[in-house]
Design a protein around this ligand. Sequence first.
Ligand code: ATP
Length: 513
Amino acid sequence: MQEDLFKRLVAHCKEYGFVYPSSEVYDGLGGVYDYGPMGVELKNNIKEYWWRAMVQMHENIVGLDSAIFMHPLIWKASGHVDAFNDPLVDNKDSKKRFRADVLIEGEIDKMNGKAEKEVEKAAKRFGESFDEKMFRETNPRVLEYTQKAIDVEKRLAKALKEENMADIKAIIDELEIADPDSGSRNWTDVRQFNLMFSTQLGNISGEEGKLYLRPETAQGIFVNFSNVQKTTRQKIPFGIAQIGKAFRNEIVARQFIFRMREFEQMEMQFFVRPGTEMEWYEKWKEKRMAWHKAVTPAEKLKFKDHDNLAHYANAAVDVQFDFPFGFKELEGIHSRTDFDLSSHSNLSGKKITYFDPEINEHYVPYVVETSVGCDRMFLSILSNAFAEEQVPDAQGEDSKRIVLRLAPSLAPVKCAVLPIVKNKEELVGKAREVFDRLKLHFLCQYDEKDAIGRRYRRQDAIGTPYCVTIDFETIENDTVTIRERDSMKQDRISISEVVRIVRERTDMANILA
Ligand code: ATP
């Protein structure tokens, strides 16, 4: 059911110009997508929402736009050359390639799923008298499944940390994990695979000219720490925010724009006094969750602590969203210690420190990072907004609609202007007049083709929060109807009121507050 819904969402994205597969005339390019006319608007609005929430709303956060290409030693210092790997395994029969850890995580999900099934069955059986807590704590089967899931999760985390590829392979064999498509259990050994794309600089050949496409935007912030601190005279604690493209040679890029090889990140590195990082980590967890909850229902969001900390982190948590394929990472919040600044300082030989006038001390700041994928945010917003419903009192083709219930300030088009009929010059002239007035303020669409019901459906399908209809009464008294997308209710208002009303209701301040 959910899978089916996901397929329809992907099809909808293509049909209405949100997301197209890249290079489609050449049969596509794996893990790469293009954003269409509606997609680019929604994506820009998401970026604006993030930028305003982080930079505009915080006096102590400033922006940056660093280059994608950076000195190759940056990736040595950051640990990406040596440690930015995923464990890879090939199926010898199907010739398909998988991430070994993802295969095992899938099995863990299945074990937890079995435990949940037992709970559901018992809940049905016992009805009102069911004591769920007690059942979970005592039922042997539930205990067995959950304990097994915990054990495998721990063993996987340990193997990943120790880069013990043989044990990862052993887990796959012991759990008898099969290729999800072919069912074959004939696996190669598990190997490490570096996710960075490399290219060559100008006329320098060989290793010396080797450049990487950045796999995260964060390093551009770290190496500019001193520049930004000096030019802005920010005092710690302060942050640097950046939105930009990142590239990862993902072993398997599936699930549409959830896992891409070229994607966009919205990252903020917050520099703090050593010893205060956990306090800031907790604060940023809370703030980032509030940012998500302003546009996404709370029950679709949750925190998940990392079992396996990256080499640079002393605490890490994901904000997970309930995607059509389950709860998965949407944003990462990491306490990165002084790892990056110290590493760059060591390898470059340049001092990267901060003088703290309050305590009269020089130190290397600690860092708390918030990092959210713009494309995953896009997918979460769309999958949450996508609804197929029956329209009350409507007949035939018009009786069903697909509506994107987007927050009005994120919607690509804010208002559509529709003359009720197209062959009355007076009506069309008036509608054009209203449209010309509105387009000074927001992205609007003018549409006179097809019956009015059809035109409403088209706007619903792209999430336009307001439709203004010009009818015969407009000619008499300069009023129009304004239809609200979700309730489909129509009000009659004066033309002179349209800009104010649409502006107030689609203002980003509504979600920022
Ligand atoms: P995953 O475990 O899903 O591979 P990650 O832990 O490697 O993700 P981070 O390095 O923490 O991800 O990157 C921060 C954010 O960037 C993620 O929360 C996600 O939103 C986004 N992101 C990372 N990789 C991709 C990708 N391949 N495609 C789209 N977005 C991505």
